[in-house]
Design a protein around this ligand. Structure first.
Ligand code: 5GP
Length: 145
């Protein structure tokens, strides 16, 4: 499965949307879900996904879903900056395995960047559950305000 192919409704993000798999949710509305990456590349690494679009990537998503996702991306980015005070924030999105995609439901990565800190490897090291739970609470609180 890569750039072209069928949407697999059993992918992990589809399961998270349906509530069949857990996530550290920080924001949800009718159209969009934001949750912590469980293999964070930096402290605060957050994923933002469309809930209704069965789109594997940027090429497949409808414009309405994409614009709703991007509005939440901006909102979460502002909250990450306000709460965690990073030196920068990286926005990343991969289309097809050769481009780095490993989960085939469209998602945006928001990755806070801190001075002098290299990124962890992509999708490699599981985050500490207590750290993720505490971070979830901080971000949830700000996003609910
Ligand atoms: P991609 O490589 O497709 O751009 O990114 C997929 C992301 O999903 C990776 O950063 C990876 O760490 C993350 N990921 C993989 N499985 C899970 C999971 O079960 N829960 C969460 N929250 N993130 C996941």
């Amino acid at each position: 499965m890569s750039l072209h192919g069928e949407y697999d409704p059993q992918n992990i993000f589809a399961k998270i949307i349906r509530g069949e798999a857990p996530c550290y949710k920080v924001y949800e509305d009718e159209e969009v879900l934001a949750f912590l990456d469980v293999f964070p590349q930096s402290y605060g690494h957050t994923l933002v996904i469309p809930k209704r679009a069965a789109a594997r990537n940027l090429l497949e998503v409808d414009g309405d879903s994409l614009s709703k996702v991007m509005a939440v991306v901006q909102r979460v980015a502002k909250v990450l900056v306000a709460e965690l005070d990073p030196a920068g924030v990286q926005l990343a999105q991969f289309n097809g395995a050769p481009a780095g995609q490993t989960v085939f439901h469209l998602h945006m990565h928001l990755i806070p960047r801190y001075e002098g800190q290299a990124l962890e490897a992509h999708a490699a090291n599981k985050g500490d559950a207590q750290v993720l739970t505490e971070l979830q609470a901080r971000l949830q609180k700000r996003l609910a305000a």
